[in-house]
Design a protein around this ligand. Sequence first.
Ligand SMILES: O=C(CO)COP(=O)(O)O
Length: 263
Amino acid sequence: MSRSRVIAGNWKMHKTPSEARAFARELLAQLGGAARPEGVEVVLCPSFPALTAVHAEIERSGLGAWVSLGAQDLYWERQGAFTGEVSGPMLADAGCRYVIVGHSERRHLLGESDEWVARKLRAALESGLTPILCVGETLEERRQGLTETVVSRQLETALEGLAAGAVAGVVVAYEPVWAIGTGENATGEEAHRVIDGVIRSRVRARFGEEAAGRLRIQYGGSVNPANIGEFMAYPSIDGALVGGASLKVDSFTAIVAAGRRAT
Ligand SMILES: O=C(CO)COP(=O)(O)O
């Protein structure tokens, strides 16, 4: 399996810029002190005001070959009268290589539609950023047996009309909403079923074998050092998008170490 894994920390609305800088310094020292887990990329996604501080720490650490900066959101226009918004070119210039789009907290707390997410995904690609596209069903949708329907709709609206080559470069995060911040994670088998049986197979049907084979698909939702192994045991799962456990040096470094593919 040649796909590298991506272990991303979504810090959400935690850590001021000075806290983020100090944390990143400690985290990077710890990551740099151990052997690089083979085939693993790490992405740190602080809040907008902390991006430049964390970028400076990544540069200083010398780990830029495998540790990248990511943002948590972007707007689809490049510039203009959009008070409070941040564009792809701004993020790229601030040192970002990745950007999360369609996180469930934005979809459900802030009312982002599938169409908005699709525009943001395009804007990310146009700015040379790798989008981390989040998809996932709510508890209610899961109870109604709508997981496949919801995940397929979110995925297909976001990728609609893209060239297969562009799709191959996207990272998808399957984050069931009921598992986010609840301590109740999906099982490895449940995550694998959606990741392989829904997401990768839909991409294969629409964009072909090559795009499906290159696309990286993470699991997210209450990932921690105790359960990461259960997900990484599946070759289909290409990493994790980590919330709460990415805010502590020890738990995040343990998750990163577990990301290497078994040989
Ligand atoms: O939303 C998440 C990452 O984007 C997951 O958050 P938790 O790991 O805190 O459940």
